[in-house]
Design a protein around this ligand. Structure first.
Ligand SMILES: Cc1cc2nc3c(=O)[nH]c(=O)nc-3n(C[C@H](O)[C@H](O)[C@H](O)COP(=O)(O)OP(=O)(O)OC[C@H]3O[C@@H](n4cnc5c(N)ncnc54)[C@H](O)[C@@H]3O)c2cc1C
Length: 424
C-alpha cells in the first residue's frame, strides 16, 4: 500500500492521517509533542467548528466528543455604538446592534488539547506510526524518497518557510489583530436568551472584537473569552503578560470597559486551568502549495500552512477540516499514479475553490466595515432572516458572495427581505 508522511498533528494532519489510515494507506505522523504534552499544554485556539466542517468528522467517525461538547445553536452579533464624530466606540458603550441568528446545523468547540491528544492516541491504537519529533526541512529531505507523498500540515510553524508567500492572494503583510484567549468556568448565560448556547460576536468599532464561545475543555464545559484587538489599540496589552491570573484580570477589565453587557456575565469567572490563556498575533498569509526540498523532492502544504486567515471569523479549524476532506478525496482518486507537482497544484486548486471564500470574507472583516455592511448588520435586528443568513455564513462563507460585498447586492437582498420596502 502507498506510504504517506504527515508532518503535524493538528486538525488537518490528524483528520487526514486517520482518514488515509482507514482506507488502508500506510501512514506516518510526525508530531512535535506527545498526546500527554498536548493534553497538559497550553491552549492553542478557540476552534469553534460549524456544521459542514463537523460533518467531515462525522463522516470519518471522528466526532468522538459530540455528545459531551456544548451544542451551539445560535450565533449572535452585538455592535457597540460608535461616536459619529470619530467612528470609534467610547468607553462603556451601549449596543447599537444586537441579534441572535439560528444555525441550521449546530456548531461545537472541542479544546484542541482534548481532540488532538485523543485523535493521536486513536491513530496509534489503530496501528499508525507516530513519530514524536519536531521535523526540520533536512528531515523531510531524508524522508521524501521513502514515502509516496509528504504532506506538511504543521500549521503556522517554521516549516512554512518551504512554501513561498502568494502575494497576489495575501493583501496583508503584517498582523491585523492582537489575539488574547482565556478559557473560563463560571460564565453566566446571557439574560436575553439564557437557554440558547450561542457564539457571541461583539464588535467594538475602532477597538476590536470579543468572541464568547461555549467549549468542552480538559475539565469539562467552559466558555472562552477571545479578544481580537487592533494593533496598537487599547486591547493590544497582552504581550509580556505571563501570569495567567494577570491575563484574566486584563481580559475582564477590557470587557467591563468595552463590552459591559458581556462583562455582566463574567463577574464570577475563573480560569479553567493554569494553561488556559494564550496571546499572540500573525499575519494572514496564503502560500504556494508546493514546497521544494533541497534534494529536489516536493511536499504538499495543508490547511494553515498554505492558507492562514486571521481568526476573526473563526474559520481556521473549519478550513483545516475541509482541506483534509478535499485532499483525502484527491489522494484516493489518484490511485497508484504518482503524486507529482501537477497533481499537487490541482489538489490545492480544488481546496482553494472553497478557501478563497473564507479568505475574502475574513480579510473583509479585518477592515473597518463599509456603510452597506453596517446596514446589513443593523438589519439583523429587524429581520430575523438577515440574522440567520449572516449566522449561517459562518458555516458556508461562499454565501457571502451573493449579498455581502457589493452595496447593490446588499441593497437588493435587504429589499427582498423587507418585502420590497427600502431598508431603514
Ligand atoms: C487565538 C486563535 C483562535 C482561533 N479560533 C478559531 C475558531 O474559533 N474557529 C476556527 O475554525 N479556527 C480558529 N482558529 C484557527 C485554527 O486554530 C487553526 O486554523 C487550525 O488549528 C489550523 O489547523 P492545522 O491542522 O492547519 O494546524 P495546527 O492546528 O496549527 O496544527 C499543526 C500541528 O503541527 C505541529 N507542528 C508544527 N511544526 C512542526 C514540526 N516542525 N514538526 C512536527 N510537528 C509540527 C504543531 O505543534 C501542531 O500540533 C484560531 C486560531 C487562534 C490562534
Amino acid at each position: 500500500m502507498r506510504k504517506i508522511l504527515v508532518v503535524g498533528a493538528g486538525q488537518a494532519g490528524l483528520q487526514l492521517a486517520l482518514g488515509l489510515q482507514s482506507r488502508g494507506y500506510e501512514v506516518t505522523v510526525m508530531s512535535q509533542r506527545t498526546p500527554d504534552e498536548i493534553r497538559h499544554g497550553r491552549v492553542t485556539s478557540t476552534q469553534v467548528m460549524f456544521d459542514r466542517a463537523l460533518q467531515h468528522e462525522r463522516d470519518a467517525g471522528l466526532h468522538c466528543w459530540e455528545d459531551k461538547a456544548p451544542v451551539i445553536e445560535g450565533l449572535g452579533v452585538s455592535v457597540a455604538a460608535a461616536d459619529p464624530a470619530t467612528g470609534t466606540a467610547p468607553d462603556f458603550p451601549a449596543r447599537a446592534v444586537d441579534w441572535l441568528g439560528s444555525l441550521r446545523g449546530f456548531a461545537q468547540s472541542v479544546d484542541q488539547r482534548v481532540k488532538m491528544a485523543g485523535w493521536m492516541e486513536l491513530f496509534a491504537a489503530r496501528g499508525g506510526q507516530l513519530v514524536i519529533h519536531g521535523a526540520a526541512v533536512s528531515d523531510l529531505d531524508f524522508f521524501a524518497g521513502r514515502y509516496d507523498l509528504v504532506l506538511v500540515a504543521a500549521g503556522k510553524g517554521e516549516l512554512v518557510s518551504m512554501f513561498a508567500r502568494d502575494g497576489a492572494r495575501s493583501p496583508y503583510d503584517r498582523p491585523q489583530r492582537a489575539l488574547s484567549v482565556a478559557y473560563v468556568h463560571g460564565l453566566l448565560p446571557r439574560t436575553d436568551a439564557p437557554d440558547v448556547e450561542a457564539v457571541r460576536c461583539n464588535l467594538v468599532p475602532g477597538v476590536g472584537e470579543l468572541f464568547v464561545i461555549p467549549c468542552l475543555t480538559v475539565s469539562g464545559r467552559c466558555d472562552i473569552l477571545f479578544w481580537e484587538g487592533l494593533p496598537g489599540g487599547p486591547l493590544d496589552v497582552f504581550q509580556g503578560v505571563n501570569d495567567p491570573g494577570e491575563h484574566l484580570s486584563l481580559v475582564l477589565e477590557l470587557m467591563e470597559r468595552h463590552v459591559p453587557w458581556e462583562y455582566a456575565r463574567a463577574v464570577r469567572v475563573e480560569l479553567t486551568d493554569g494553561q488556559s490563556t494564550l496571546a499572540g498575533r500573525y499575519a494572514p498569509t496564503v502560500r504556494h502549495p508546493v514546497g521544494w526540498l533541497p534534494g529536489g523532492g516536493a511536499a504538499l502544504g495543508v490547511a494553515d500552512v498554505v492558507v492562514a486567515n486571521d481568526p476573526v471569523t473563526g474559520q481556521g479549524s473549519n478550513s483545516a477540516s475541509k482541506c483534509a476532506a478535499c485532499y483525502l478525496e484527491a489522494i484516493v482518486e489518484r490511485g497508484d499514479l504518482p503524486f507529482d507537482e501537477a497533481w499537487m497544484r490541482r489538489t490545492f486548486d480544488r481546496y482553494w475553490a472553497q478557501a478563497r471564500h473564507v479568505t475574502r470574507w475574513t480579510n473583509t472583516m479585518l477592515a473597518p466595515p463599509p456603510a452597506h455592511v453596517r446596514t446589513l448588520l443593523g438589519a439583523g435586528m429587524r429581520h430575523q432572516p438577515v440574522a440567520d443568513r449572516i449566522a449561517n455564513g459562518f458555516d458556508d462563507p461562499a454565501d457571502f458572495e451573493d449579498f455581502f460585498y457589493e452595496p447593490e447586492a446588499a441593497e437588493r437582498y435587504l429589499a427582498s427581505v423587507a418585502g420590497g420596502a427600502a431598508p431603514e
